[in-house]
Design a binder for this molecule. Structure first.
Ligand SMILES: [Zn+2]
Length: 228
């Protein structure tokens, strides 16, 4: 599978999320039972969905329910999330960041948990958010059980947590996300292609895009992952 990817010409628009997963033959719609809430009607790469289905069944056999709350988000979707925060329409951890005049500082606050359009692993259809987007959930009894199951079992299905704690680690970029899991057999090759072929000039068409270079968003955030 990985050698197939290498043989393909790098599809930069795909890496940047500039495509429509609904009409892309590599993608498949997520069954409603896997994503009853916010990700309903979402898409994943076919291989990822197959691997997730196996993992979900194994979890179910152990009394753990895995639910996809966010899957593929293309550039347009990420742009609307980013700009809603950039303009203060959506608060970032309770803060209206549009009041921050230093644009790089403004971007960095959004970047604690949200990716710049064109830089999200969610563009690739290899990554998903499971069960809940709040750390508080993962402090509950249920959340702790789910997370412990994922840590112990996700690797044998190909999944890993790219945004682990930054304490006692050299990792840069986003804060810890216990909900975000990536299908490594595909995403590790896509990350390599991304780092080789995309530069800050490719990140444009959204508010605050000119901060990408100074922040070193590709080096510090895209490549700032615990599993490659
Ligand atoms: Zn995520």
């Amino acid at each position: 599978m990985i050698s197939d990817l290498r043989a393909q010409r790098v599809d930069k628009n795909y890496l940047l999320g500039r495509f429509n997963p609904e009409t892309d033959g590599r993608f498949e719609k997520i069954p409603a039972e896997y994503s009853p809430g916010s990700a309903n009607g979402g898409y994943l790469r076919k291989e990822v969905l197959q691997a997730f289905a196996k993992m979900r069944q194994a979890a179910k056999n152990d009394g753990v329910t895995l639910t996809i709350v966010s899957a593929t988000r293309n550039f347009q979707r990420q742009k609307s999330i980013w700009e809603s925060k950039w303009t203060g329409k959506t608060l970032v951890e309770g803060q209206d960041v549009s009041r921050i005049n230093d644009s790089a500082a403004r971007a960095k606050i959004i970047l604690r948990f949200s990716a710049m359009p064109g830089t999200s692993r969610h563009h690739w259809g290899t990554d998903m958010d499971l069960n809940d987007l709040e750390d508080a959930y993962f402090q509950t009894q249920e959340g702790k059980k789910v997370y412990a199951w994922l840590i112990a079992n996700a690797p044998r299905f190909g999944f890993c947590q790219p945004y682990t704690s930054k304490l006692n680690s050299n990792r840069t970029g986003y804060e810890e996300e216990k909900w975000h899991w990536s299908y490594l057999p595909l995403s590790s090759e896509l990350l390599k292609q991304y780092v080789q072929s995309v530069d800050a000039n490719d990140l444009n068409g959204f508010k605050g895009s000119t901060t990408a270079e100074a922040i070193e968003v590709i080096k510090r955030y895209v490549a700032g992952v615990s599993c490659k």
